[in-house]
Design a protein around this ligand. Structure first.
Ligand code: ZN
Length: 134
């Protein structure tokens, strides 16, 4: 793994939280993206070299809605940048981690993504992401 790519925070209202985090960082988000397949709307902030992703559910059965129901708003996942997501998935499976989607899917911010089940990572949802090169 190369570095932390971003930290994902589940929020109830993207517009209210965009305002809040803009105040916190002193700068507005640089993009908003609908990831329809995941039932989620995201916004991204840059903080120096780092990124923060806010996630709002757009459907009742979206994983973000379920997360907020169970745990409330807060840190939802940590995403790590990888160079080759497929070989990383293979490596982690061999190490005994539970990969939620073994076939990487298209996530926000022009990335291929895969998630590791928090059961296998001390309760932390881990996202792997690889830049899509075109
Ligand atoms: Zn993410």
């Amino acid at each position: 793994m190369n570095k932390i790519e971003h930290i994902g925070i589940a929020v109830k209202s993207l517009s209210a939280s965009n305002e809040l985090f803009s105040k916190l960082f002193g700068e507005p988000h640089y993009k908003i993206e609908d990831v329809e397949s995941e039932g989620v709307k995201t916004s991204f902030f840059k903080v120096g070299e780092n990124k923060i992703e806010l996630l709002e559910a757009t459907k009742e059965d979206s994983p973000i809605a379920k997360f907020i129901d169970k745990k409330g708003e807060g840190i939802h996942h940590i995403a790590f940048d990888v160079s080759d997501i497929e070989s990383e998935i293979e490596r982690l499976k061999k190490e005994g981690f539970i990969v939620l989607n073994e076939i990487p899917k298209k996530g926000a911010d022009n990335k291929l993504v895969a998630f590791l089940h928090p059961k296998s990572t001390n309760g932390v949802l881990i996202e792997l992401c690889q830049e899509i090169k075109e």
